[in-house]
Design a binder for this molecule. Structure first.
Ligand SMILES: [Zn+2]
Length: 429
């Protein structure tokens, strides 16, 4: 069997056959031959007339440990539709790409699953090349109809560059929280840009928009989609309750530490029998410090030790236990058997919290009261907590895997790839 025939069978390049194989220092170079065919512009327009031609190489999936390139004369054409000279489209690579479709698919498939350094080492691609591949593959796969048929959406923020920059992300509640849109910025104008892109007709069909308790997105939504019910995502409410409880715990800890610091210096020598132990206040301060997870975790997931901590706080009539009860009381709003009881439960909680004399919970009760209707709307519409919360952890993972340090565009492409419902097929035959 001739070498070119063997490579032809092995590679099975779509729309071309192998004309020759050379073993160059940089790897194997396979030159391709195509049947005589019309030139196709990336936009789809076809012509017989070519403008010029030049030799081009695409990196293909490695052959064992050897790098492999495909080589072919690509032609340029004067597209009447695009009104400029463009390079013809070839079946084995995406327009403008330096890597074949197969190699790009392998890299994108890996990007959905692992970190950037691993891909870069495994496929011998630079970080920049991996980032560009993600952008190319997403542009190819992103469904243009994803903005059609939106009825219930959620808006959330995503931070990157160590929390210095932010994206506004829109997800579809009815498609497991798949991301449908993302843009840099957090203000009202950012979300207004989404509604503008959606257009008046599709915006008018929105039934519910969930978000945090901030003003900016509420303003944009009231302006552009006044018919949509606005609601507050449950996990934002729960997060604020946890924050209030943590503020209370920190305050308690600081107070105990102050006692430790105010202790008079011990006289040297053996302590008198009636003298209080000097380490008691220190132990009390540490005890407060170690209550953190017992207080914040879901009661169903507490360890025996954490349950004992909570029980002890209850016996001591600690203010921390009262804070914990307040937090769980607010979470109960989302555990009610019947959503019809939600309004009564929330009003009971608001009354309790504002009389609690725990400053952080009094503040929280004011915030929740200001958003009462929007908090209740989420319960009534049954907007699930887990979908958007899951999205947040997915995006944290993307950042953690090293994709969040570049531009906003690169991060947005990664978010679409990993959380936009895109399926990348591996090039297996
Ligand atoms: Zn064109």
């Amino acid at each position: 069997m001739r070498v070119s025939t063997a490579f032809n069978k092995m590679l099975g390049i779509e729309g071309a056959s192998v004309a020759g194989v050379t073993f160059a220092p940089e790897g194997v170079v396979v030159s391709l031959r195509r049947r005589r065919c019309k030139l196709v512009c990336p936009c789809g327009w076809k012509t017989w007339a070519s403008y010029d031609r030049r030799r081009r190489r695409w990196r293909h999936v490695d052959l064992g440990g050897t790098k492999l390139w495909l080589e072919h004369d690509v032609r340029r054409l004067e597209c009447r539709r695009c009104r400029r000279v463009r390079t013809e489209a070839v079946p084995w690579a995406r327009p403008g790409a330096r890597h074949t479709r197969d190699l790009q698919d392998v890299a994108a498939w890996l990007a959905q699953r692992t970190d950037k350094t691993t891909i870069s080492n495994l496929l011998r691609l630079s970080w920049e090349a991996v980032a560009k591949i993600v952008v190319d593959v997403v542009a190819d796969h992103l469904d243009g109809t994803r903005l059609d048929g939106l009825y219930r959406i959620g808006v959330d923020e995503v931070s990157y560059r160590r929390g210095h920059r932010f994206l506004t992300v829109v997800a579809d509640h009815d498609r497991q929280g798949a991301v449908v849109w993302a843009k840099e910025g957090l203000d009202s104008a950012t979300l207004e840009a989404f509604y503008d892109e959606l257009g008046a007709e599709r915006t008018a069909r929105l039934e519910a928009v969930s978000m945090d308790m901030g003003r900016a997105w509420a303003h944009a939504t009231s302006l552009k989609a006044p018919q949509a019910r606005q609601c507050v995502d449950p996990f934002h409410v729960v997060a604020l309750a946890n924050k209030a409880l943590d503020a209370l715990r920190r305050g308690e800890y600081a107070a105990r530490r102050a006692v430790v610091r105010a202790q008079p210096k011990r006289r040297p020598g053996r302590p008198r029998r009636d003298e209080p132990s000097p380490s008691a206040p220190r132990r009390a301060a540490l005890a407060v410090r170690y209550t953190r997870w017992a207080l914040l975790k879901d009661p169903a997931e507490l360890t025996d030790e954490q349950q004992a901590t909570l029980w002890e706080l209850k016996q001591q009539r600690s203010v921390l236990y009262r804070g914990w009860q307040l937090k769980e009381g607010l979470r109960d709003l989302y555990r009610l058997a019947s959503p019809a009881d939600a309004a009564a439960h929330l009003d009971w909680w608001l009354a309790w919290a504002c009389r609690s004399r725990v400053p952080s919970f009094v503040t929280l009760s004011k915030t929740v009261r200001a958003n009462r209707e929007r908090v209740l709307a989420a319960v009534e519409l049954g907007l699930s907590n887990s979908k958007l919360e899951g999205l947040n952890s997915k995006i944290r993972l993307i950042n953690h895997r090293g994709y969040g340090h570049h531009s906003a565009a690169a991060l947005i492409a990664m978010i679409y790839l990993c959380a936009g419902g895109i399926t990348v097929e591996l090039p297996l035959r």
